[in-house]
Design a protein around this ligand. Sequence first.
Ligand code: SF4
Length: 503
Amino acid sequence: MYLYINDGKVEIRDATHLWGLNTKETWQVLKEETGEDKLRVVAIGPAGERVSLIACPINDGHRAPGRGGGGAVMGSKKLKAIAVRGTGEIPVAHLEKVIEINKKVAAAMKNNEVAQAFGTYGTGVGTTQSALSGDSPVKNWAGVGIVDYGEEEAAKNNAIVTDKYKTKKYHCASCPLGCGAEYSVPDGRWPLEETDRPEYETYASFGSTLLCSEVDAILKCNDLCNLYGLDTISAGMTIAWAMECYNEGVLSREELDGIDLRWGDGEAIVAIMEKMAKGEGVGAILANGSLYAAKYFGKGEEYLQTASGIELPMHDPRFAPGLARTYKYDPTPGRHVKGGLGSVQMIGAEERDKYDYRNTGDMDLKLTASTEVMNASSLCYFGGMFMPLEAQNEYIEAITGIKFDEETSFLTGLRILNMRHAFNVREGIRPKDLTISDRAIGRPPLKEGPLANVTIDIDLLAKNFFEKAQWDLETGKPSLEILKKLGGLEEVVNDLYGAEALL
Ligand code: SF4
């Protein structure tokens, strides 16, 4: 079935004719059959239909809410797509004010060189630098950029290099930056008539993580993930796991369907990615992620780089230690878009020594809460990096007409965070059940390179955060006091403390 929402009218329609189509074909067919050229579609591809555990829905053919298997959820419910068209007005409390903030935001972006580079080349603009600085993981998190990848190879993999393929800029609705782009690769090993520019996470997960600098292979893998509906981070990282297993003699060539999966080999990477996208042979196993594959083969768990089972994203906590707390303890672990202390350490915006683990809780909690508000209000994480700090709250106040100062924003973010966290607590997940792979926290530390000798005190980072959040480190429970202070969380109080706690 697919869900069709047209100016408020909701229909569940038959999608038998869409089953088996890729995400772009689905979008096109739905536009034609509804007669709505401006139709917006989020759809799963064949990977989601097969309920691959790393499948994700794809929006507008290439934007992906990638992490955590949302495509598998849609596939399991036989929901092929959600198609939306609306022509109504969006009510805004103070339109003049919104226009005024828009102008301020656009000017700030225009006057910021980094924002302009970001608008021109997208999130992959600094991939090379990230691989060399230690920001990007290298060789399945065991390598060092300047040593194992090398400056020359790293320089071949970024969005400035691939800009020659750009045919058109892509903007999400009304965004002044427009960090997306459409590409066309006319020739070579994998010509792609129409494709989309990879994001940083994709350049890194198929690049430095696999020691691959063959950008045509990376563009092809990105295209396959978009069309079949797979999370590029989990796909790249699952290949990294298989690659290390193969190169260490844990998985044989026969077990990989005859593919010689050597480090950095673009042909081999594309061959295995194609199998994953189509669910063929060993690809049907790997398309469920690295943990599933390790369990299936009964070996290779020592090479998993995961947070509570999901493949780690492409910013290394050894470079920005706060990320270790976020990756391990966020209610949806292993996310690079959940804020926290690591988000400012990553861009060098924290003033104190980032490896000083004392007193991190306050800032960690504030930055996490603010990101919850950003995500929930559907502001863009990337765009947000270049907006004046106060603009987020100003927008919310101008649009809703509700007073939204710093304190309100903080409490709102905490309310969202506590709600998400309480879900896990109610389902029996305790802090001790959450895991992060040793390499990501420097156990053992790297011996050379910019991250040499870094071991992260994850326990202290967690303790600081839990104390500030008023969460119990044993049970995970938010204190009754904080839940009542935040307000509006009566159902959470009821579930975690019982009805009598409401009296
Ligand atoms: S809204 Fe964000 S993701 Fe979309 S084009 Fe703008 S900066 Fe890029």
